[in-house]
Design a binder for this molecule. Structure first.
Ligand code: BJW
Ligand code: ZN
Length: 291
């Protein structure tokens, strides 16, 4: 494994079929926390423990507060230089596919070609009805999605008319900040059946990834004799099936280039002599090596 930019660039330039697997580390420099390691706690909860159907069934108010907060933060965040560089790489290469585990919408806002962007874990800005009898799903960028989920302001801040703009939002990801106590009837309801609760259109543990996405990725990987390169950017590559795409690409001949802040976070299959590891902030490294 090497960290030689020159040999990487030469391979990138001669590559015809390229995959990029993205994870939360890509958006870390945009101010959005990752799942594992520092920042992976939301209040006292491990973020991954809230990303389950069981958590939603047990406490839909808490899980909606978590997702509403993340929708708000993602809308406030801006795509960083790595999102832009990847979107440009996708534009330049006809045989390119990005497999994003991120749900924050930043690749879309960096104008990544939508047909080359597969959202493995859905989007914070999709919602769907939880009723078994209803198939409602839609895009939804309203923030807050319902008034009760608005981020509260600091009560000690001035509330005169002129000072309203200056008020600070409370950081409800901090366990010491009191969460508004809400009832289930305060949560977003399905506008179609008027019965079911809406839920975020993301993929939780134990749920299948969207079949259309799985089929598209499968076709890209298996309908060719060769893949030249897979970029593995800002992901711990521990969640399947996403992580398995690294091995699938390697089985099709791909060389692997990992960009990660943590030198321990290499894909489970390891890295070979012909692969690369670039250690550091994806927002800095990705634009540099994709030049
Ligand atoms: C930086 C940086 C900087 C920081 N610059 N780098 C096979 C084997 C074993 C288990 C399974 C298996 N197949 C399926 C499973 C079960 C399960 C699974 O994988 N479990 C594992 C934990 C073992 N998978 C599933 O359930 C999937 N469904 C499925 O397979 O259905 C069929 C099935 C079901 C059940 C059994 C068998 C089959 C669904 C997975 C859904 C994952 N959902 C989440 C939540 C999405 C919604 C939301 O956002 O809330 O997706 S969990 C969470 O993890 C989220 C992420 O997309 C995903 C991956 O995390 P990611 O992006 O890698 O983040 P981190 O935090 O882990 O890593 C960040 C990295 O960035 C680190 O490496 C840092 O070092 C680095 N970094 N700052 C560069 N500035
Ligand atoms: Zn419904």
């Amino acid at each position: 494994m090497s960290s030689d930019v020159e040999s990487f660039t030469a391979h990138l330039q001669s590559s015809k079929r390229i995959l990029a697997l993205l994870g939360a580390g890509l958006s870390a420099s945009s101010g959005l926390p990752t799942f594992r390691g520092a920042g992976g706690l939301w209040r006292s909860h491990d973020a991954t423990s809230l990303a389950t159907p069981e958590a939603f069934n047990a406490d839909p108010v808490l899980v909606w507060q978590f997702y509403s907060y993340r929708r708000h933060m993602a809308l406030k965040a801006r795509p960083n230089r790595a999102h832009l560089a990847l979107a440009e790489l996708a534009r330049r290469n006809p045989d390119f596919m990005t497999l994003s585990q991120n749900v924050d919408g930043l690749s879309q806002r960096a104008k990544h070609a939508p047909e080359k962007l597969q959202l493995l874990h859905g989007s914070l800005f999709n919602v769907k009805c939880t009723s078994f009898y209803c198939s409602y799903q839609a895009e939804n960028f309203t923030d807050p999605i319902v008034p009760a989920l608005a981020i509260p302001f600091d009560a000690s801040d001035p509330t005169t008319k002129d000072a309203v703009e200056e008020r600070r939002e409370m950081d409800i990801s901090d366990v010491d900040i009191r969460l508004p106590s809400l009832k289930i009837t305060d949560l977003p309801k399905c506008p179609e059946c008027h019965q079911g609760l809406l839920r975020p259109g993301v993929v939780w543990f134990g749920e299948s990834l969207p079949s259309k996405v799985l089929n598209t990725v499968d076709t890209f990987i298996n309908d060719s004799s060769k893949i030249d390169l897979i970029l593995v950017i800002g992901t711990s590559a521990r969640v399947y099936p996403a992580a398995g795409y690294v091995d699938d690409a390697r089985a099709k001949g791909a060389r692997v280039a990992v960009i990660n802040a943590d030198p321990e976070d290499i894909p489970a299959g390891g890295l070979g002599d012909k692969d690369w590891f670039f250690e550091g902030d994806a927002a800095q490294i990705v634009p540099d090596i994709l030049k």
